[in-house]
Design a protein around this ligand. Structure first.
Ligand SMILES: *Cc1c(COP(=O)(O)O)cnc(C)c1O
Length: 361
């Protein structure tokens, strides 16, 4: 059965982008970030396409468990750590690695009797973002407590996260990096760089880089496209034209009727809406590609449908493919700007109803 809307996932593009990370950070190990369903691309298929990575990272325990249950054997780091002593036990049973970011987690660790000691553990340091992490003055004691615990095997690395990695040459990035570097002893592994820093701040690469959005072929910078960075879009989101309407001057379109025809016009109805993750912010402004031409969204985005102006597309017919983003036609970065958001959000929002189809696996 042919299903639509479709998210076509190009695994060759994913591998190209992974190779770009290696090329940009040749001396660092790679922790590929596949949280939030691999930014909407599918946890397991993405993990299986990235077997050359040194480790994976997700946000939460449930995501790590899902990957282990799917047979992924790599180190898997929980970027948010655990939220209870029970979660800590489960993490150890599933051989998941933990980012410790508060003292409570360290107390659970010290008091626990884990069946298996944790490997490849990290301590999150607060360097300027004020989201997760221990203040610098607590770092030494916390590192000692962790490394002396029999529940931990091997090194504990130091991690921090940039608040402004999307801003190139930003002084606050250097200041965050300096703070982290000051805490590190000679052999302590360091991890700081996400996509923005991998692409624009080589000094920050350290021992482990943590690419997310660039793996999926989207730019973290609001003034550059993936193509400017030699990244290839991995997802193409498409659907089908399911109806064509001939309107007369004055006719209204969609909920609220906030668009109306000023002259006779042909419009098309496409089977995709906010229930699929096509943002309602794109009402009246989204741009889609159909038959190699661009068409503008008219009226409000509905849950399952959008309406588009076909006056630029004479040959449009029911059943034609409509591209919402991805591929050469429509950059997800441009769609994100129209929707007043970032590519990350659009990609993550693609809902379960959209079938993922994998190419070049
Ligand atoms: C999500 C996340 C990343 C990846 O960030 P990108 O900007 O997508 O590359 C890296 N590190 C941490 C701690 C994260 O939460």
């Amino acid at each position: 059965m042919q299903s639509y809307p479709l998210a076509n996932i190009d695994l060759a593009a994913l591998k190209h982008n992974f190779a770009r990370v290696k090329q940009l950070a040749p001396d660092s190990c790679i922790m590929s970030v596949i949280k939030a369903n691999a930014y909407g691309h599918g946890y397991v298929q993405v993990a299986k396409a990235l077997m050359d990575t040194d480790a994976f990272a997700v946000a939460r325990l449930s995501e790590g468990v899902l990957l282990r249950d799917a047979g992924i054997d790599h180190p898997i780091v929980l970027l948010e750590g655990v939220i209870s002593a029970e979660e800590l036990q489960t993490a150890s049973e599933y051989s998941l690695s933990i980012v410790f970011h508060n003292l409570t987690q360290i107390e659970w660790l010290v008091a626990a009797q884990l069946k298996e000691p944790l490997k490849f553990s990290w301590l999150m340091v607060e360097t300027g973002m004020h989201r997760l992490g221990l203040p610098i003055e607590h770092v030494n004691n916390a590192l000692d407590a962790l490394t002396q615990s029999s529940n931990i095997l091997g090194d504990v690395g130091l991690m921090s996260h940039f608040a402004n990695a999307d801003v190139v040459n930003e002084a606050r990035n250097q200041s965050q990096l300096d703070k982290l570097s000051l805490c590190a002893k000679k052999d302590t592994p360091i991890s700081m760089a996400n996509s923005g820093a991998i692409l624009s701040f080589p000094d920050s690469h350290g021992d482990w880089v943590r690419p997310g959005v660039m793996l999926y072929g989207a730019s973290p910078f609001d003034d550059q496209l993936a193509s400017d960075l030699d990244l290839q879009p991995v997802m193409q989101l498409s659907s089908k034209l399911i109806a064509i309407q001939q309107l007369e001057a004055g006719d209204q379109v969609g909920y609220g009727g906030d668009w109306h025809a000023s002259k006779a016009i042909r419009i098309g109805v496409v089977s995709i809406g906010y229930g699929d993750g096509y943002s309602r912010q794109l009402s009246n402004i989204g741009q889609v590609a159909i038959n190699n031409k661009m068409a503008t969204v008219l009226g409000r985005i509905s849950m399952d449908m959008i309406t588009i102006d076909l006056s630029t597309v004479d040959n449009a017919a029911i059943g034609d493919e409509v591209i919402l983003w991805g591929g050469a036609a429509v950059a997800v970065e441009d769609v994100a700007q129209q929707a007043n958001t970032i590519p990350y959000e659009l990609l993550c929002q693609v809902s379960e109803r959209v079938k993922r189809v994998y190419q070049n696996g």
